[in-house]
Design a protein around this ligand. Structure first.
Ligand code: SAH
Length: 249
């Protein structure tokens, strides 16, 4: 049986701990036993581990599960991609964050685009914690050895203009000639199969405003297409990651 995987909050060279809701879930729902084996992610590495102690804090107390780390196990490399995701309807966005995490995204940068709905833009700051929790759970579930970073939401223009060493692409349904796949093939060719770090921007439900398209262009982002059909923003996010994933094999 594959061992359950946990991502620890705190660790040192030989132990790691889970606290709060994760610890309570492990103790009360999964009825973990002392000596039980698990894979524990600590500091981006995965360790074959055993449960060494458990404290159920009860109502209002602090619960904790402590593991002894036995040996490092090999982990899958992540995908060097940051999704610059215009904030769109929260339920769709949460779905996109969960699925992007499963596919191996390194980080997600939520941005407020011109056509992001006002009330969503206002509520976005308070959502970051929830997005981080979704990413954490999806990372555990998909047996990742790290949790994608969810950045604090910023205005699109701040992100687009910020300096970056990544190769930067903007998904644009109006683009007719360049495809994401074709652009990646070109990007990889000179580096001899080494995938560079990528940033991929996705527009909101209403698409990019003309001044945003111009800003991407003057800031060195390449417009690319995912094909002739118009995809919903969350579909575009997943399709783009699948294209990158297919090239990492
Ligand atoms: N402007 C469109 C909808 C935008 S779809 C309209 O209302 O008619 C939301 C985002 O998904 C777009 O801004 C773009 O980033 C991405 N997207 C959707 N379909 C795409 C495609 N075929 N190729 C590239 N990006 C696409």
């Amino acid at each position: 049986m594959t061992r359950r995987r946990w991502i620890a909050e705190n660790w040192d060279e030989s132990t790691a701990t889970l606290a709060g809701a994760q610890a309570e879930h492990m103790i009360r729902v999964l009825r973990a036993q002392l000596g039980e084996e698990a894979d524990v992610v600590a500091g981006g590495k995965v360790f074959h581990s055993v449960v060494a102690s458990m404290t159920d804090g009860g109502q209002g107390g602090t619960s904790e599960v402590r593991f002894n780390l036995i040996a490092e196990v090999e982990s899958e490399p992540g995908m060097p991609v940051t999704l610059v995701m215009s904030i769109f309807k929260f339920d769709h966005m949460e779905w996109a964050i969960e699925k992007a995490t499963e596919l191996g995204v390194a980080s997600i940068a939520p941005v407020i685009a011109r056509r992001t709905e006002k009330h969503l833009a206002q509520a976005a700051m308070k959502r970051s914690e929830r997005w981080r929790r979704i990413a954490h759970e999806a990372a555990q579930q998909s047996r990742r050895s790290d949790v994608p970073v969810i950045h604090v939401p910023v205005k699109l223009s701040d992100r687009v203009k910020a300096a970056s060493t990544s190769k930067r692409f903007v998904l644009a349904e109006q683009e007719r000639s360049a495809t994401l796949r074709g652009a990646l093939v070109e990007a990889i060719a000179p580096a001899e199969a080494e995938m560079p770090a990528l940033e991929i921007a996705i527009g909101p439900e209403g698409g990019w405003a003309p001044d945003e398209e111009a800003l991407f262009d003057t800031s060195g982002w390449q417009a690319v297409s995912l094909g002739p059909r118009i995809l919903r923003a969350e579909t575009a996010a997943i399709a783009a990651l699948a294209v990158v994933a297919s090239m990492l094999e």
